[in-house]
Design a protein around this ligand. Sequence first.
Ligand SMILES: [Zn+2]
Ligand SMILES: [Zn+2]
Length: 233
Amino acid sequence: MGCCFLLHDGNQSVMIDAGLFGEPVFIRRLFRRLGLTPRSLQAILLTHGHLDHAGNLAWLKQWSSATVYAHTHEQAHVDGTYPYQGINRWCGRLEAAGRTVFGTRPALIDQCLTDRQMLPFWGGLEVIHLPGHTLGHCGFYSARHRLLFSGDMFGSYFFNTHKPPAILNSAPELFPESAAKIRQLKPRWMVPCHFDVLDGNRHRRRFAKLYGFDDWEAINSTHELHCDGRSDV
Ligand SMILES: [Zn+2]
Ligand SMILES: [Zn+2]
């Protein structure tokens, strides 16, 4: 349904999001392939607490003993107690059904994130608070790579690049401000959590078009980010 990411730089490993159900098989396999042990994982960063991003959190936290970082507003999502309002109630109903089907357990956020906080992982990751989808939705920006993990600001598929469906958004009026924040940041590469191929250039171009911006990298963009099995993304 979506992607979570393992960032590994030789000394440290950190995961962005934890996935939903079935991820333990893939995560274990990936760790084995990279010669990592569960204890190699130092942190789990949550973009937000929706079930498809945090459903596997309790397992991952217990398996690795890693510290969980997320915005404080996301704890209620992780716990399944967020008071969804209006059309957004459908999100709560879907999550409640998912929790029952997958036997999801809650997990505690250990460290609360704030906007522009610098995290000492992967050469430095900056927390970019991007509310709209949820109130505590955050992206993670690597200045070293000019790469933004943009969470659920948009889904990026060749047949349909879209903002999250209305039923999934808790504060949709905040999307424009969050999008403008990304525009100001000017990442070279963007990696959302729902996409077709791992190509950060393509996702940035699609994001700019979707939100009505000119592509800020159009002139001097020469690099492509691909998932080739050897990348550290
Ligand atoms: Zn979401
Ligand atoms: Zn999602």
